[in-house]
Each structure stands twice: as structure tokens, then as C-alpha cells.
Ligand binder design. Structure first.
Ligand code: UDP
Length: 458
């Protein structure tokens, strides 16, 4: 049992300790607070490093069994997500430039704003760079942690380069995907006998990054038509999407739309705002290649080549009027199938498209509905080329006036539409303001970072 003197000694010791802590606190003021913060920070770094290490070990085990490029990429993306990376891209070296072939970005709900670190890992083959893996890592004030994560990614790449040859394994992946799809189609009463590969952005000019969305800088409409001709000739499949600032803006807030735009094979420069952003961000113009103009030029090419086209979308009346007018303008055009854009049974429509043997499929159901529909069904659709064309059938039908040429040349169609339908268009176009604010903001941040880098190097 404790004696009275013993109790006094403990109490005095306690008081002494309190006085000492208080004195230390007073003496060092904010230092104590700093020490606690540093301890907390270290604990977070240790915990996050452990998570990263577990993610790495897990990825290592899975990579050992990855025989195809698809599994390799899936494993890499999952590890990137676990480690809080913001984006990943595989860039193939092609002649003197790089072509983006695979892209992953953090899903919307998990996307974190703030400082990021860029990492580029060249992957060599026979002494030359064949690929580049480009990653963006979230810093979150823990630069040492981001460095550790970058090191783990580099180690994984070193141990497990992408399975070779990519094209063979890719077509094997595609084959498996098509087999699965053909089973689904068989259930829908359609038997798939042909095997088509999906072409990526190979051989098209290197896409430019417009605020997270790749856009192909075609030199001219003729160059774009040339690529479509290649696609049809090689009986491959390609999904093109017209990129405008409104889509780019919504893609920042809607991960499904962002993944859809990243998953398209080619993004064309539909809106003048994309061209302006390119000039601000990259100091380089992208010539416009609008969805509507490309649609009419493709119809002309199709009538010359004898390719069948399928027109899906718009109201029954507008679709019929468009067919009539198009047949008048392009007498040799083979319109092998059509369907208005207000249907219930997508499978029945896909069966119709496939039976028509159309080479080109144009979908006019408004954005992003048309792109979502194509993206959801692109594997089942056998047409070589698919693209959403918005109100183009209404224009072809003469039910919707195109902006006068002077507006089109000046890139001011949006103003013309705004004046004609102020309420509807303002609702859609008001996002142009925050879009440009963010473009300028990004340019300033990039300038600031490169300036900082220069100061650091000096
Ligand atoms: N549309 C359709 N199905 C729908 C919704 C719209 O076929 O479920 C058609 C509509 O009739 C019109 C076109 O899609 O012909 C939409 O054109 P809009 O100008 O709104 O599209 P945008 O070019 O603005 O994307």
C-alpha cells in the first residue's frame, strides 16, 4: 500500500512534469506544434508507403502471370489507382513522333486537385525507344512519397515490360473480346463470323492533349478522309468523336464521359474553342475538322467508293427528309439502312446495321447520347467507321440551317446558334466561360512550374 510520503512524491513528480512541459511549450512556442505535425506527417508517409508497397507486390504477382497486353495494362492501371496516380498513358514511338495508344485516368469521385508530378519512362527495344510510359502522380504535399511511388512504378516497368509483340497479343485480346461478344450476339439471334480488329490511333498524327482529352491535329479534311479509307480497306473498326469545349468541360466532371472520350480511337477538332486552347497551351494551332463537315465529305467519298452508309438518328420525318436530300445531292450514295433516333431495342437496331453491311455508321442523337450509344455497342457493330454527328441529319434535311459561311470560316457558329436559340444554347454554352478560365489557369500554372524548374536548375 502507498504511504503518505509516497503519495506526495508522485504528486510532486507529476506537477514537476507538467511545469517542465509548460516551460518547454512556452520556450519553444510553435516548435512543439511543428514537432507534432512532423510526427503526424511521418506517420502518414509510413502508412502510405506501406500501402504503395503492398500494391506493388500485388502487381508483381499478377504481372508474372500476365501473358497479354490487356492484362498487363489492367494490372498497371489498378496499381496506379491504388497509389493515387492521376493518369497514365502508353505512347508508341512511331517514325519521329509518339502516338497515344492507351490511356487511364483516375475516376471522377477519386480525382484530386492540386500539384502533380510528371514522370516519363522510356521503354527500349534493341537499343531504341519503342514506347514511353507517361504518368502523372499526385503530390499532396508529400514529395518524398510521390518519389517512392515513382520508383516503384519504374521498378515494375523494369521487371515487367509490356508483353511483346503488342500487336499480336492485342489482336489476341480483341479476339477473346470478340468471342465473348459473338456469344452475346448469338443470343440476340445474330451469328458473328468475321473477326475485325479495332484500330487505335496508330498512324494518325500524334494527338495533342487538350485539357486531358486527346485531339488529333489533322492537317486537312483530305488527310482525315485518307485515314478513314485505310480503316475501310483494312476492314478494321474505328470510333471517332468530335471534340468541342463543351464535351471537354463536361468530361472534367463526368468520369464516364471522360473515359468514353479517352476510349475513342480518334478525337477530331470540332470546336473553335479546342483550336484556341491548343494555341494557348501548346503554342500550336489545330486545324478544325468539324463533325458536320466531315460527315458530308465522307458521304461524298462513300458514294465514290461504293461504301454502304447507315443513318441512325433524328426524328422519323427528319431522317426520311435527310435521305431524300442526300440521295439528290449524291446520286451514287448507297444508303443501306436507316432508323430514327427514338428506338427502344438497341439489339434489334444493331442487327439491322450488321445485316445492312454498312461500312460507315453515322449516329445523330445529340451529344453525349450518341457517343454513349456507340461506345456501349461498338464491339457488336460491324461497320468499319462510327461517328456521332449531332444535328447533321436535320441540316441535311434542310430543317436546321447551318451557320452562314462567314461564321463558319471565322469559327463563330456558336455565336450564330446562340443568337438563333438563345435560351437553349445559353444553357449549353455557358460552360465556355469556366472552360476558358481553366485553360488560361493551366497555362499560367505550367509557366509557373517551368519557371520554378529553371530557378531550381540555376
Ligand atoms: N435525337 C435523337 N434521339 C434522341 C435525342 C435526340 O435522334 O433521343 C436527335 C434529334 O432529333 C436531333 C439530334 O438528335 O436531330 C440532336 O441534335 P442537337 O443539335 O441537339 O445535337 P448537338 O449537335 O447539339 O449534339
Amino acid at each position: 500500500m502507498m504511504t503518505v510520503e509516497g503519495g506526495w512524491s508522485v504528486a510532486l513528480f507529476g506537477i514537476g512534469l507538467l511545469v517542465l512541459v509548460a516551460m518547454l511549450g512556452c520556450l519553444h512556442g510553435g516548435r512543439l506544434h511543428d514537432i507534432i505535425l512532423a510526427l503526424k506527417r511521418n506517420r502518414t508517409i509510413v502508412q502510405e508507403s506501406k500501402t504503395a508497397k503492398h500494391g506493388f507486390e500485388d502487381a508483381e504477382t499478377r504481372m508474372r502471370n500476365a501473358r497479354s497486353f490487356g492484362v498487363w495494362w489492367q494490372t498497371l492501371s489498378e496499381m496506379a489507382q491504388q497509389m493515387n496516380f492521376q493518369s497514365l498513358g502508353i505512347w508508341n514511338h512511331h517514325r519521329d513522333h509518339y502516338v497515344l495508344t492507351r490511356a487511364w485516368s483516375m475516376p471522377e469521385g477519386l480525382f484530386a486537385a492540386g500539384k502533380t508530378m510528371k514522370l516519363t519512362l522510356p521503354l527500349h527495344k534493341n537499343g531504341t525507344i519503342e514506347w514511353e510510359l507517361r504518368a502523372r502522380i499526385w503530390i499532396n504535399d508529400f514529395l518524398e512519397l510521390s518519389g517512392h511511388q515513382a520508383m516503384l512504378l519504374a521498378r515494375l516497368m523494369d521487371e515487367f515490360p509490356p508483353p511483346e509483340p503488342q500487336r499480336e497479343t492485342e489482336s489476341l485480346d480483341r479476339h477473346l473480346e470478340m468471342t465473348v461478344q459473338s456469344k452475346a450476339d448469338e443470343r440476340a439471334g445474330e451469328s458473328v463470323t468475321t473477326l475485325q480488329t479495332v484500330v487505335g490511333t496508330d498512324h494518325v498524327p500524334t494527338p495533342l492533349d487538350i485539357m486531358g482529352i486527346p485531339v488529333v491535329p489533322f492537317e486537312s479534311y483530305d488527310q482525315a478522309l485518307e485515314y478513314v479509307e485505310r480503316i475501310v480497306k483494312s476492314n478494321s473498326k474505328s470510333f471517332w468523336v468530335a471534340i468541342n469545349p463543351i464535351k471537354v468541360y463536361h468530361a472534367w466532371h463526368d468520369s464516364e464521359l471522360r473515359n468514353l472520350l479517352l476510349g475513342a480511337d480518334v478525337g477530331i477538332c470540332d470546336g473553335v474553342g479546342v483550336s484556341i486552347a491548343s494555341r494557348i497551351l501548346h503554342g500550336r494551332d489545330i486545324k478544325r475538322c468539324t463533325g458536320c463537315d466531315l460527315f458530308f465529305r465522307l458521304l461524298s467519298l462513300a458514294s465514290l467508293k461504293g461504301w454502304g452508309v447507315y443513318l441512325l438518328g433524328a426524328s422519323t420525318e427528319s431522317n426520311a427528309a435527310a435521305r431524300l436530300e442526300l440521295q439528290r445531292s449524291y446520286p451514287d450514295l448507297k444508303i443501306v439502312g436507316w432508323q430514327d433516333g427514338y428506338f427502344e431495342d438497341s439489339r434489334a437496331v444493331i442487327r439491322q446495321i450488321n445485316r445492312s453491311k454498312a461500312k460507315l455508321l453515322f449516329v445523330a442523337m445529340g451529344s453525349p447520347k450518341q457517343e454513349q450509344w456507340i461506345s456501349r455497342h461498338r464491339r457488336a457493330i460491324k461497320a468499319n467507321f462510327c461517328m456521332g454527328v449531332g444535328g447533321s441529319f436535320d441540316i441535311a434535311a434542310g430543317r436546321l440551317a447551318r451557320a452562314p459561311k462567314i461564321c463558319r470560316v471565322a469559327g463563330a457558329e456558336f455565336l450564330y446558334r446562340l443568337i438563333r436559340e438563345p435560351r437553349k444554347r445559353w444553357r449549353i454554352q455557358k460552360v465556355l466561360i469556366p472552360y476558358f478560365v481553366r485553360v488560361v489557369e493551366k497555362k499560367l500554372v505550367d509557366l509557373f512550374i517551368s519557371e520554378e524548374g529553371r530557378i531550381d536548375q540555376a
